[in-house]
Design a protein around this ligand. Structure first.
Ligand SMILES: [Zn+2]
Length: 479
């Protein structure tokens, strides 16, 4: 037995149910004309065992259960079996939760994982080396292997920061093989998520996305319990082409209509003005639509979004540096559901604590505290509200018996947070990702004692480093 009472064998027993090498169809490879991606995953996933977290301060995010200053969470075969002050679980391994907050894993609702490996090219003080010019210039040269290695790196960071569900907003799917490579990285990661299929950077605005391949991937992902599929649309604002493309309402109707026929949700960037009135006028708003970046909207826009059940994803760390007001108080007051997203970890950090804190700060700055945004509400936004946005509320976002076991343990004995008072206050005001001791995703213990249990992080980083060096050479990027 491990010194903490957890059976190491459970951690190290590999499963081949996910992460199989054969998930990348040959058809896609041939179409892309790319070198065969490496087939060996960075790690096999830990098995789902049976364990009980004992004596943690439980923040369940489930109104019927509430919070337990000292309680147990019993996990069996990937599911939450029980949450109570004392759980009888003979035979289960024990994780000592004393001195820890036990809460649902964070749910990110918009993240461009394909950009992650571009980090070494970025330089905030050089306008030619900031996020948009770098991702566009080098994104044109991506192979499927680049996509795979980049997504894998982003997902490793997600786990390290306690994110157990992510929305992979893939707006550079350059071929079916690129889509498969991103999906493969997600399947190997152990995270839950939605893959939103987009168009390749640089594609003409009058050309539709590869709807046949979206349908093909729908058939594939339809069998996967951890993944769902959606589409990410190019901007719909009648503007001339930006780096991410912009389509007119007729093209949006065509692409969105095809997605809706397949039952797929849609996501769209709206940073900038103009999209919402167009979408409202053309009848494209609906509860299957997620918008990203609540900036520069009008009261009429907010009313239309609430009426049509549209959700909004806010990326606090990046948006705080953009022009325009971050309008989450207005959205929430209008009845629009708002969740939190990371956006990218190329120019930003993955820190859900900092995201919550930023929203709290911006709210005070903008409204003088007139809009009540409690610390508990912020934690809900980062967990159950995100699960609702992505359609995962039945399986994650709260510690509820019957849901899948996506949870984290946050240490409260570190110098930055101890001694602990109100746990929500500590999470929003004080906590940082390094306080996360344990990360459980779908019942698999992915991190323990602040370290990966199976994932080979060094290999993931070296693979990403090699890929970006090759990418720069192919793109003739100045070193
Ligand atoms: Zn984005």
């Amino acid at each position: 037995m491990h010194k903490d009472g957890f059976n190491r064998r459970t951690l190290l027993t590999a499963t081949t149910a996910l992460g199989a090498a054969g998930l990348l169809p040959r058809r896609g490879l041939a179409q892309a004309g790319a070198a065969a991606p490496e087939t060996r995953p960075a790690a096999t996933l830990p098995a789902r065992g049976e364990f009980v977290v004992r004596g943690a301060h439980i923040l369940s995010m489930d109104d019927a259960i509430g919070d337990l200053p000292s309680g147990d969470v019993h996990v069996r075969d990937g599911a939450i079996a029980a949450v109570a002050a004392n759980v009888n679980a003979p035979g289960a391994s024990v994780i000592d939760g004393k001195g820890m907050i036990c809460m649902p894993g964070f749910v990110d609702t918009h993240w461009h994982h394909w950009t992650t490996l571009l980090r070494p090219v970025m330089q905030a003080d050089d306008p030619k080396r900031t996020y948009f010019p770098v991702t566009f210039a080098l994104g044109l040269h991506y192979t499927p292997e680049d996509s795979y290695r980049s997504v894998r790196l982003g997902l490793a960071q997600a786990l390290a920061a306690g994110v157990t569900t992510t929305h992979n907003w893939a707006h550079n799917v350059r071929s079916p093989a690129h889509a498969d490579a991103e999906v493969r990285a997600m399947r190997e990661s152990g995270l839950r998520g939605r893959f939103s299929y987009g168009t390749p950077l640089g594609m003409p605005n009058d050309k539709p996305m590869d709807l046949a391949d979206v349908a093909r991937l729908k058939r594939d992902i339809g069998k996967d319990a951890m993944l769902t599929l959606g589409i990410c649309s190019r901007n719909v604002d009648n503007a001339s082409a930006g780096t991410r493309g912009s389509v007119d309402p007729d093209m949006a109707k065509k692409e969105w209509g095809a997605a809706r026929e397949l039952g797929l949700p849609i996501t769209l960037h709206t940073s900038g003005t103009g999209a919402i009135p167009i979408l409202n006028k053309t009848g494209l708003l609906g509860p299957d639509l997620q918008l990203v970046h609540p900036l520069n909207t009008s009261a009429e826009d907010q009313e239309a979004l609430a009426k049509n059940g549209v959700t909004y994803s806010i990326s606090p760390l990046g948006e705080a540096g953009r022009a325009g007001e971050m309008q989450f108080p207005e959205m929430m007051q209008a009845g629009v559901k708002v969740s939190i997203s990371i956006d990218n970890v190329t120019a930003e950090r993955c820190d859900c604590f900092a995201c919550m804190r930023m929203l709290q700060t911006i709210n005070k700055h903008r409204t003088g505290g007139k809009f009540a945004l409690t610390t508990k509400r912020l934690v809900r936004m980062a967990t159950i509200d995100g699960a609702r946005d992505l359609g995962f509320a039945d399986v994650t976002g709260s510690l509820t018996p019957g849901k899948r076991a996506d949870l984290i343990l946050v240490r409260t004995d570190a110098p930055n947070i101890a001694p602990i008072g109100d746990p929500y206050d500590a999470l929003v005001q004080l906590a940082q990702p390094s306080n996360i001791d344990t990360v459980v995703a779908d019942g698999r213990i992915m991190r323990r004692n602040g370290r990966f249990t199976a994932l080979d992080h060094e290999k993931i980083i070296s693979d990403a480093s090699d890929a970006v060096a090759d990418l720069k050479a192919r793109a003739k990027w100045p070193s």
